[in-house]
Design a protein around this ligand. Structure first.
Ligand code: ATP
Length: 305
């Protein structure tokens, strides 16, 4: 039986500039993605009929409805398999098994990660032989973050996030993530962004020069100071208590503290491994977060293992 196993990272946004809502309902973004060492795995096993099934294995607590990962065709990994089948004309079926470690509805693009992994895994298990470039093209149809999760590393994201371009970067960074007890819907956070900005002119987003310079230099202090997220106000408006979590990390000396994407996961930059332990300890003892995770980035994107 032919099967393929793919490991895929979570993403964080080092900056997230959000522009005025477009006619198609999306917001233009100017972001810098970094792939981090927190991985899901997707195994694709060839079936002898044309069914596509999905099973999710996780030790994460699904504490809110929005954090439940669907085990049907709503799962983004299944949508990826269906799209690949449509594109290649194969009639083969597949069993997808997801090992989920990336927090769900946490602003770390776990669903998009599984979609990227499913593209690579099914392409291998089905022997459909699409090139990486062809997979990237399918990825952009599946979601804004999916192309980056194939790619990994660091990259600038434009359009609605799906247009990625390389960024000159050096260094490896120590991160601490504080997950929340309840997920936040990305759509709800963008709706709140629109509500808060109604009647004001939202500027076209750009990536801050200071952030690009910090990455080029591999300067963690400068990177910490340059982290930014235009969705902060909207996410805090929906979840005011996240401000306390951010404050605990800053108090513990984090070089920078922001929400990850649309939240509610908070991320903190540490200067080294020991500092990351200190921040993790402070968050565990003084904040009301669900879990504290130490991680590093950048790492590569979806890869066969
Ligand atoms: P993003 O950072 O891309 O905005 P997120 O990290 O906040 O997204 P996800 O974990 O990707 O959120 O999940 C968002 C929603 O997608 C959840 O409500 C979940 O029910 C649904 N979903 C569908 N497929 C998956 C999947 N494979 N893994 C996780 N969630 C999935």
């Amino acid at each position: 039986m032919s099967s393929a196993n793919v490991r895929v990272p979570a993403k964080i946004n080092l900056c997230l500039g959000v522009g005025p809502v477009r006619e198609d309902g999306y917001h233009p973004l100017a972001t810098v993605y970094q792939a981090v060492d927190l991985h899901d795995e997707v195994r694709a096993t060839l079936r002898d009929d044309d069914e596509i099934t999905v099973a999710v294995h996780t030790e994460l607590d699904a504490l809110s409805e929005i954090a439940i990962v669907p085990e049907n065709s709503d799962n983004l990994a299944v949508r990826a398999a269906l799209l690949l089948r449509e594109r290649t004309g194969t009639l083969l079926g597949v069993d997808l098994a997801i090992r989920k470690v990336i927090p769900v509805a946490g602003g770390m693009a776990g669903g998009s990660a599984d979609a990227a992994a499913a593209l690579v895994a099914c392409n291998e298990a089905w022997g459909t032989g699409l090139s990486r470039a062809a997979l990237e093209q399918l990825a952009s149809q599946l979601g804004s973050d999916v192309p980056f999760l194939l790619h990994g590393g660091n990259a600038v994201g434009g359009g609605r996030g799906e247009t990625i371009s390389p960024v000159l970067a050096r260094g490896s960074y120590n991160w601490v993530f504080a997950t929340a007890h309840e997920g936040l819907s990305t759509a709800a956070v963008y709706a709140e962004f629109d509500r808060l900005n109604a009647g004001t002119e939202v500027a076209h987003p750009t990536v801050p020069d200071a952030l690009l310079a910090a990455l080029r230099a591999g300067d963690a202090d400068a990177l910490g100071a340059a982290l930014s997220n235009d969705l902060t106000e909207a996410a805090l408006s929906l979840r005011p208590e996240l401000a306390d979590t951010l404050a605990v990390g800053i108090e513990a000396g984090a070089l920078g503290a922001i929400l990850s994407g649309s939240g509610p996961t908070a991320l903190f930059l540490a200067s080294d491994e020991q500092h990351s332990l200190d921040i993790a300890f402070a968050l565990t003892s003084a904040s009301d977060c669900a879990d504290v995770i130490q991680s590093r980035g950048p790492v590569t994107g979806a890869r066969l293992i």
